[in-house]
Write a protein that binds this ligand. Sequence first.
Ligand SMILES: NC(=O)c1ccc[n+]([C@@H]2O[C@H](COP(=O)([O-])OP(=O)(O)OC[C@H]3O[C@@H](n4cnc5c(N)ncnc54)[C@H](O)[C@@H]3O)[C@@H](O)[C@H]2O)c1
Length: 423
Amino acid sequence: MTVAQGSRVVVVGQGYVGLPLAMRAVQVGHTVVGFDLAKDRLDRLRRGVTFIDDVTDDDLADALGTGRYTPTDDPADLAGFDTAVVCVPTPLRDGAPDLRHVEDSARLLAPHLRRGACVVLESTTYPGTTEEVFAPILEAGSGLRAGADFHLGYSPERIDPSNPTWGLQNTPKIVSGVDGPSTAAVTAFYGDLVDTTVPAPGTREAELAKLLENTFRHVNIALVNELAVYCHELGLDVWSVVDMAATKPFGFMRFTPGPGVGGHCLPIDPSYLSWQARRALGRAFRFVEIANDVNDNMPGYVVSRVAEHLNRRRRAVNGSRVLLVGLTYKRNSGDARQSPATAVARRLSDLGAELSAVDPLIAPDEVPHGVALVACTPEAVEAADLVVVLADHDEIDWELLERHGERVLDTRNRLTGSAVDRL
Ligand SMILES: NC(=O)c1ccc[n+]([C@@H]2O[C@H](COP(=O)([O-])OP(=O)(O)OC[C@H]3O[C@@H](n4cnc5c(N)ncnc54)[C@H](O)[C@@H]3O)[C@@H](O)[C@H]2O)c1
């Protein structure tokens, strides 16, 4: 089965996941409606100004230039779609999955659903969502039946923002459907966009595979974070311990410690698994609970290490000038969502530290309250009692920081000098 080039494709949600997908669909020849509710985002998209790392202004200009990409919040533009893909947020509310946006998207699409069209959910969620939550709303609003009248499937996104090696096109994509014809339709759609599709036996397996991937990362990061705390108490260098273990060519995968986890995925997705385990089995998914506990405590641990460092130099946190380096949640990304740096800044501020920060990638309105954003200059570094490295963007002047290593606490192991205090 193939999807006709020039199909009408709707992508609901033009964020970190939906925008790259929309760009790729335009590239392969589809006519794409990028639907979103955020007026500021739509304004930027129409002006060709990107707001995410993986889509450049040139990419947007190319897409807009074809005349086949329409960013919109007008539901009338959805009429007559062949394929609709839903990439809206799936946050937590009071520790439970909040599927409001997924449900709203189904209500949005249903009146435009036609016999033979295909709908795919991409948002990360717990197994059963596509068939038990998404499908009934589509069916009720359209009068059509999933499988019998329209194709329906789930295909999790694996995008790793700022990863220079693995992007949308060359990362294998899991595809699934509510029945054989739906799986074939979803596979055909993605077959045009990506190099490799991986058919799942059903939508629930595809949904759970995504949660496994993110829980695997979350648990392994928690493991090395706990190891970092343990190593510090024993007077061992956790980084060389990890490096030694990573020389094993089989049965080990390298994860590195840090100030905590952030972004849209790790602080949220594993809790979908634990929530469902509680609901379906009456018990928590223990690995998730432990990983949440360890990773959520890392910003507080970093603050205790700041206090320890300053104490060695006969200083208190209260009144000290602390320069935070890197405020976003990961290297070379401007994404500050749930960044552990925000929690570190809040706690240091509560203890009376005077905070400034260097981050060439963060949007100014994402800088935590009370933190002055400054340039990475010798004056800024010399004015600080302590520099705390929280995200190691390539654009930062690491040689400058290395020269002041005796006043640096590095949670990312970016600086190698012997004077540097490392996590
Ligand atoms: N960011 C990642 O690295 C990543 C990776 C894999 C999977 N995911 C998953 O993909 C989904 C989307 O994540 P994201 O990072 O793209 O989020 P995002 O916040 O960057 O983008 C989501 C967009 O959806 C819009 N939106 C919300 N409700 C809407 C509605 N009812 N109709 C239309 N638009 C609506 C928002 O305005 C926003 O622009 C989530 O389930 C997430 O867990 C994210």
